[in-house]
Design a binder for this molecule. Sequence first.
Ligand code: ZN
Ligand code: ZN
Ligand code: ZN
Length: 361
Amino acid sequence: MTPGPERFARARARMEETGVDALLLSVGPDLPYLTGYEAMPLERLTMFVLRPTGDPVLLVPRLEAPRVADRGHFTIETWDETDDPVARVAAMVGAPRRVAIGDHTWARFVLALQHALPGTEFGPANAVLAPMRAVKDAEEIAALERAGAAVDAIAAGLRATAFAGRREIDVHRDLVERMLAAGHERANFAIVAAGPNAASPHHEPGDRVIADGDLVLCDFGGTMDGYCSDITRMFCVGEPTTEVRDAYAVLAEAQEAGVRAATVGTPCEAVDAATRAVIDAAGYGDFFVHRTGHGIGTEAHEDPYVVSGNATPLVAGHAFSIEPGIYLPGRWGMRLEDIVVATEAGPHRCNHAPRDIAVVA
Ligand code: ZN
Ligand code: ZN
Ligand code: ZN
């Protein structure tokens, strides 16, 4: 299913289920998911207005209208520099009881719309669209597979490169370039964390020079043909210590347990519990400080979240990361991450790069 009428119809069905009279989308991933058009994240308002009936309308600044490729599935209206686009949106929706507004919409526009529609209850578009976006069809899974294969090749290629003597930021830039060269339209992140820096799960790569004996965490991903990649692999300059090897064996077993648990019908929180049980049993439970994973699609992090408290059962087409980690403050950190799709035939990995610690120069 591609952006356009089929997705509008499904969104309208969800609006009816959730009692929403108008869906308002601006910047962020919901708009391209429904329409194929991505708004520029600027101060001029772009807003897609979907009501239960009638033509969907995309209101865009006149100067951005030429960027809109779709000329058939919705009406394009433009506003001029001296118009009030918020008043235009308010006039389009009338006096709805409830609207759902895109989660990434700038607060200034939300506030102005709330002021213009004083009798209207505002809720998150996420409640309408997230369950739809979370279940991927065959084309979307194929896109996730292609993005996964691209970062797999990069992770495999890194095993033959030298790390020692380079700064984290140098490896970071290398990863960004490799992602773009491999066909990603953008690199979303490239965490490179060496030695004790890896104990911070979202470490910002810096000037630390990678040294002999360092365990290095590389977690990188980007967007390719609209769908995201995300992979974490570990590298060690020289042979890892026995402690690191033993802990990594626990981590790899935990990750495998999480993937195996990710069958259709299993609640997300049970998948989280499966990885956590292995790490807890080995005594590292206090050092696994984040959820097991996140959904992935047009956004790097989206529903469903693989976390304690999320009882949502997996359905075929859910795509998510399984990425347990162990982080010893001041010493080292490790994480192992693959993207997995739940299918009727069982969990299916989108990443196949070697999962052992790569010993590098
Ligand atoms: Zn993360
Ligand atoms: Zn990651
Ligand atoms: Zn991730």
